[in-house]
Ligand binder design. Structure first.
Ligand code: 6PG
Length: 626
């Protein structure tokens, strides 16, 4: 990869000498910035007058242009004093990610002595003072003291280029560790950081490094400053910490060590509105922030997750190569990682992914409940589900089969797991978002509330003793009908999930591509499935799955089974809140004349909220004195 190396520092530090030597070592051209000064500037300096910002402006632009041109070829080395941060911004405009700064520094005394011995230069020693006054020491540069012999300076630069890491991973929990190994396996040189907590988190990074051969060249840290300094600039730091206030705390800890143009990537399940706020906050400090949804759990993170990055496109480009390399690959061998859109859209899409995930999980739990009520044991249920793979395969179906087969001491483990479902909040957020956006993703809400209902174990136990159960002795259901009901509900789930994304895209002006989102959900993530593959072409043309012709045909075929299964379950007191919501939603959605007319009349009756009339084509609003 080509780079532009700016060798900077006040006049007299030996920028050209080092530049030429480095040019030899790296085999790329060297340019002396002084050669690009206009006549007027040279004259001014020769007359002993310091240059002002206006004098420098055109010169810095010219050097930026030179750098851009060279970047398209081999890259280059440019010697330029680059004293102020503003100057450096001009020099690196549009190419910040490819620019590396080398700052040659020395004491005033040493440099002025050198200048006095210099014959062939237009800069009079008296100007040195003004240069020192102007200098804003760069934090982003590799700083080298000119007392060192040039050869040593060159070997230090080469050393840094070789030894500094390309990518930093902050937070070595389960996901962070897996991503580190994935990055290292893909040949990236990484730095890894985990905090030091006496007694509980000690030597986490170094111990982790020592456990895995692929981490031989990874650099481990528990000191934040050293971690940040170990990274090539602009730095790329991925945070794998718990969503919530801890993300803000980590950002605050990092800021003092970061430089303009660095990129922070939040790979946790952060709330999309927070992601936008963090993006804006860091932008005001010149730091890029990308909110990245990562799905796939521990194994996905290690072998290839599905990645949903959102934020500034230019910032994304800087980390694209890393994220695409570690992502899962779809069936066309393309990465399951695609730029989603601006702001917090990556995290929004990941949040809806989790909402869909909640429903897919709940539906399988309900299917388990039905089959169990029919008298099947977990092994038998696993065998039934095994046959479903042919037409309804998904990652969640596969793991459910494994779960059902797992035994401990001759009994199924599932029988020993307390029936209270936990959650980490993303289903809750999706439910809030769907309500906020006015979009009826009712199955996501149902699956969330099913988890909440499960949590009241003691009350459930008490209630189970209080009420008569209508369960018939034998539940008469065809296995194929249950499969059809399951497939019907999954289609409605995906319809609602994508519709929610589409609504958010319109509301927030994100221009999201639903088909691309479906593609990156075909591998690596928790909701990967054969159905997701089928949706890719359909979502190219519509955001409303239910009304797509082939989906509609499918629904027509499945619906009678769904109605039957759901009715039988209700008659037998089998809880199926998500399955039944699928048909309730569908019936409400597919009826031409709904009962909302009653709601409108009631609203007008008690609150004069007005209503529209079927016999008034203008759509005007009317009120009746009821
Ligand atoms: C994924 C998962 C993951 C999620 C957990 C926990 O895509 O890898 O969605 O991100 O955090 O599954 O979610 P709950 O605890 O809310 O079930």
């Amino acid at each position: 990869m080509a780079n532009v190396f700016y060798i900077m520092g006040v006049s007299g530090v030996g920028k050209s000498t080092i530049g030429k030597l480095l040019s030899k070592a790296l085999e790329i051209p060297f340019f002396d910035g002084d050669d690009y000064h206009p006549e007027a500037n040279v004259k001014k300096m020769s007359d002993g007058e310091p240059l002002n910002d206006d004098d420098r402006w055109g010169w810095l632009q010219a050097l930026n242009q030179l750098a851009k041109t060279q970047l398209n070829a081999t890259g280059c080395i440019i010697a330029c004093s680059a004293l102020k941060k503003d100057y450096r911004n001009i020099l690196s405009k549009d190419i910040a990610k490819d620019v590396k700064w080398i700052h040659l520094s020395g004491t005033f005394e040493l440099i002025s002595e050198r200048l006095q011995n210099r014959k062939d230069h237009f800069m009079p020693p008296a100007l040195l003072k003004s240069q020192f006054d102007t200098l804003e020491t760069p934090l982003e540069a590799l700083e080298l003291n000119i007392q060192l012999p040039p050869k040593t300076i060159i070997s230090k630069i080469m050393d840094t280029l070789k030894n500094k890491s390309e990518f930093g991973l902050f937070g070595l929990g389960v996901m962070g560790k897996s991503l580190c190994r994935n990055l290292a396996q893909n040949g990236f040189k990484i730095s890894m950081y985990n905090r030091h907590v006496e007694g509980t988190e000690e030597n986490v990074a170094i111990n982790f490094k020592n456990e895995h051969n692929e981490l031989a060249s990874a650099l481990p840290f528990d000191n934040l400053k050293s971690f940040v300094n170990s990274l090539q600039q602009p730095r790329k730091i991925m945070l794998m910490v718990n969503a919530g206030p801890i993300v803000d705390a980590v950002i605050e800890d990092l800021i003092p060590f970061l430089s303009e143009g660095d990129v922070i990537i939040d790979g946790g399940n952060s709330h999309y509105k927070k992601t936008k706020a963090r993006h804006d906050y860091l932008k005001s400090k010149g730091i890029n922030f990308i909110g990245v949804g990562v799905s796939g759990g521990e194994e996905g993170a290690l072998k290839g997750p599905s990645i949903m990055p959102g934020g500034n496109m230019d910032a994304y480009k800087q980390v694209q190569a890393f994220l695409e390399a570690i992502a899962a690959k779809d069936k066309n061998d393309l990465p399951c990682c695609a730029y989603i859109g601006k702001d917090g859209s990556g995290h929004f899409v990941k949040m809806v992914h989790n909402g869909i995930e909640y429903v897919e999980m709940q539906l399988l739990a309900e299917v388990f409940g039905i089959l169990k009520s029919m008298g099947h044991n977990p092994d038998e249920i696993a065998s039934i589900l095994e046959t479903w793979k042919a037409s309804a395969n998904s990652y969640l179906l596969e793991i459910t089969i494994d779960i059902l087969r797992k035994k401990e001491n001759n009994d199924w483990l599932i029988n020993k797991i307390v029936d209270k479902a936990g959650n980490k909040g993303t289903g809750n957020w999706t439910t809030i978002a769907t309500a906020e956006l006015g979009m009826p993703s009712t199955m996501i809400a149902s699956s969330l509330f099913a988890r909440y209902t499960s949590f009241y174990k003691a009350e459930r136990v008490a209630a189970s003793k209080l009420f008569k159960n209508d369960t018939q002795n034998e539940i008469d259901l065809e296995l194929d009908a249950i499969l059809n009901a399951y497939q019907f509900a999954r289609i409605i789930n995906h319809h609602q999930g994508f519709k929610l994304i589409s609504q958010a895209s319109n509301t927030y002006d994100w221009s999201l591509n639903l088909s691309t989102i479906a593609s990156i959900w075909t591998n690596g993530c928790i909701i990967k499935s054969d159905l997701m593959e089928e949706l890719i072409p359909i979502l190219k043309d519509t955001d409303t799955l239910i009304t797509n012709k082939s989906i509609a045909n499918h629904i027509n075929h499945l619906k009678p089974s769904a109605s039957k299964v759901i009715s039988v379950c209700i008659l037998n007191s089998i809880p199926i809140s998500c399955l039944s919501e699928s048909i309730n939603f569908f019936n409400g959605y597919s009826v031409a004349n709904s009962t909302a007319s009653i709601i409108q009349a009631q609203r007008d009756y008690f609150g004069a909220h007005t209503y529209q009339r079927t016999d008034d084509a203008s759509g005007g609003f009317h009120h009746t004195e009821w």
